[in-house]
Design a protein around this ligand. Sequence first.
Ligand code: FAD
Length: 117
Amino acid sequence: KLGNETAKAELGRATWKYFHTVMARFPDKPSADESAALKSYIHLFQRLYPCGECSEHFRAILEKFPPQTSSRSAAAVWACHVHNEVNKSLGKEVFDCANIGDFYDCGCAEDGDAKWA
Ligand code: FAD
């Protein structure tokens, strides 16, 4: 049981890191297709998340707080907010979403892809 909890927490940390980094790299001014792609991705992310209990829990959160994909900052703040919903349900500290802009760095700013910079 302890081992399972450790693995679940580790999966969660890795996943949140990735999830928030996706938002931090989403275009400031996405096309309609890019916004639709992110929305669709978030719903599939929920559906396919490997921890069944977490997936079911996150489904209810998405119903209450539908994905916001109109811009990078909308997506980043939305993701911060839903992560805080999970934090609250687990009795964890709430993260200050005002700081979300600088927190997730993919290390790929020099890629030269202006659209995703
Ligand atoms: P985490 O919550 O993993 O956060 C990692 C780091 O992200 C923090 O140290 C902090 O630097 C930063 N952070 C914290 N809050 C925010 C925020 N709001 N926005 C941006 N960055 C932030 N576990 C369960 O036991 N039951 C569940 O139902 C459950 N559901 C989950 C659903 C999803 C979609 C995911 C991805 C994970 C879920 N987890 C669940 C795992 C849980 O959220 C944690 O990942 C795990 O408990 C480890 O927590 P942690 O304290 O190390 O920090």
